[in-house]
Design a protein around this ligand. Structure first.
Ligand SMILES: CC(=O)N[C@H]1[C@@H](OP(=O)(O)OP(=O)(O)OC[C@H]2O[C@@H](n3ccc(=O)[nH]c3=O)[C@H](O)[C@@H]2O)O[C@H](CO)[C@@H](O)[C@@H]1O
Ligand SMILES: C=C(OP(=O)(O)O)C(=O)O
Length: 474
């Protein structure tokens, strides 16, 4: 196995000569799109690989900036990481550090998921408070309370979470933990820590998200004893060690949902696979309520059927199986051009409606009152220069751009690159007209006429395609 010593990630940061994404809207889409492995599963599974005393192989890992960053954190902790096609091989047999580097952890929320596994494996974890999308306050108190209940002493000083097992014990101790809120990350962190604890842990009011179930499946593949995942009551019987495993990451339900919206908003029939339709129940139900059909021709496939017009609907984001907050922004784009009004309540994050101003710039009619957006459907959107403010906001602007008249230019692509694998190639494969160019060379006027649409040659230009963030993992 080759150790990945240098994992430079070549994503676009805001400081560089920022690339922008130009989209020429109103082009119908058609065909099939392959859905990648789930970002939010892959990230926590990669953190979970720290629990293994040997080496694990994770397949269907998306090539994303966030994945690259978490791999860099693992390498800093002593994990040997090697890439084999869409798989990553992770050898955590000899961990050399319990301290995660600030400059990496500060870039993504999922980095904090190494805390539980590190504590369980080494008896100590030193992890800075995490970064991630700026969509709210995002404290880690529930993670901390859970780890404390398992027998950890946790101090937060100078932005660093220092945790070690109390009383010089070698293992954490199983406990009964009630979560004030079914936090995805806290459930995952506590569940991972508990796999190696002595005795039984019960997590009550646990998150039920598919990514939690995927993590439980991966841990079970390594020999963990977990039951109840997918319900709000998870029971973990600790074992002394976890062993090697080969595991495949579940398909990305948020990417799949985003493509359903792309089909619906462009009035196009597109097919998606692989998907787990049950992971998209709330999104499909809301599409149907709006008058858009989604059918499943095969167990792992979905097809969105275009409707010439569709109506508004109300949405409230909730923990799974409720409507996912990660789909709120793209769904809002769809509702901007629905007939009638819609009300969208964002209940999970207090600052996750920043895309409203950008959609209004494109001609939408959305009014904000606290965490509620009232959308009045308009006949059309028009292309405009817009700024992506977070990951799902950027996806919302992409789907809006696909439907808008003229050209939309999206800035802030470093958000998009965190979470959508090969998005531009996938959209181009469906017939969309878009290209990534450097801001300095971008055509500035919005709503440009036909001659500005890229030629087939320009669309294929490799300089317009973001390079593979995992390319250094060889
Ligand atoms: C990497 C990853 O998997 N990210 C996902 C994960 O984020 P993340 O795990 O951060 O989301 P949580 O479920 O923990 O957060 C939900 C709510 O709980 C609050 N909270 C959370 C933890 C805590 O200790 N204290 C606390 O108050 C948060 O501020 C938020 O208001 O689930 C979110 C909710 O589905 C998704 O939007 C994110 O895409
Ligand atoms: C909010 C997200 O990611 P993160 O939790 O890593 O910020 C997301 O995936 O939509």
């Amino acid at each position: 196995m080759t150790s990945a010593l240098s994992l430079s990630h070549s994503h676009s940061s805001p400081e560089e000569d920022s690339p922008v994404l130009q989209i020429w809207g109103k082009t119908p889409l058609k065909g099939h799109v392959t859905i990648s492995g789930a970002k939010n599963s892959a990230l926590v599974l990669l953190a979970g690989s720290l629990l293994c005393s040997g080496s694990c192989r994770l397949r269907n890992v998306p090539s994303l900036v966030d994945v690259s960053l978490i791999c860099e954190i693992l390498v800093a902790l002593g994990v040997k990481v090697a890439r084999q096609g869409d798989a990553l091989v992770l050898d955590a047999s000899d961990l050399t550090s319990s301290k995660a580097p600030y400059e990496l952890v500060s870039q993504l929320r999922a980095s904090f998921f190494v805390t539980g596994p590190l504590l369980a494996r080494l008896g100590v974890a030193r992890v800075p408070l995490p970064g991630g999308c700026s969509i709210g306050d995002r404290p880690v108190d529930l993670h901390v309370k859970g780890l404390q209940a398992l027998g950890a002493d946790v101090q937060i000083e100078h932005g660093m979470v220092n945790a070690y097992i109390r009383g010089g014990r070698k293992r954490l101790t199983g406990a009964r933990i009630y979560l004030d809120f079914p936090s995805v990350g806290a459930t995952e962190n506590i569940m991972m820590a508990a796999t190696l604890a002595e005795g039984e842990t019960l997590i009550e009011n646990a998150a039920q998200e598919p990514e939690v179930v995927d993590l439980a499946n991966f841990c079970r593949a390594m020999g963990a004893r977990i039951r109840g995942d997918g319900t709000n009551r998870i029971v973990i019987d600790g074992v002394p060690a976890l062993h090697e495993a080969d595991y495949m990451v579940v398909p990305d339900r948020i990417e799949a949902g985003t493509f359903l919206i792309a089909g619906a908003i462009t009035r196009s029939e597109i097919m998606l696979s692989p998907v787990v339709p049950d992971h998209l129940t709330a999104v499909i139900a809301k599409l149907k309520e709006s008058g858009i059909s989604v059918v499943s021709d095969a167990p792992n496939q979905l097809r969105v059927i275009p409707a010439s017009s569709y109506r508004g609907t109300d949405i409230e984001t909730l923990p799974f199986p409720g409507f996912p907050t990660d789909m709120q922004a793209p769904f809002m784009s769809l509702l901007t051009v629905a007939e009638g009004n819609s009300m969208i309540s964002e209940t999970l994050f207090e600052n996750r409606l920043q895309h409203v101003a950008e959609l209004n710039r494109m001609g939408a009619d959305i009014k904000l009152k606290g965490n509620i957006a009232v959308v009045r459907g308009v006949p059309k959107l028009s292309g405009a220069p817009v700024l992506a403010t977070d990951l799902r906001a950027s996806a919302a602007l992409v789907v809006a751009g696909l439907a808008a008249e003229g050209m939309t230019t999206i800035q802030g692509l470093h958000h998009l690159d965190r979470g959508y694998e090969h998005l531009e190639d996938k959209l181009r494969g469906l017939g969309a007209k878009l290209q990534r160019v450097h801001e300095s060379t971008a055509l500035s006027a919005p709503g440009n006429s036909e001659e500005t649409v890229p030629s087939p040659l320009a669309e294929c230009a490799s300089e317009n395609t973001p390079s593979d963030p995992l390319s250094a993992l060889i």
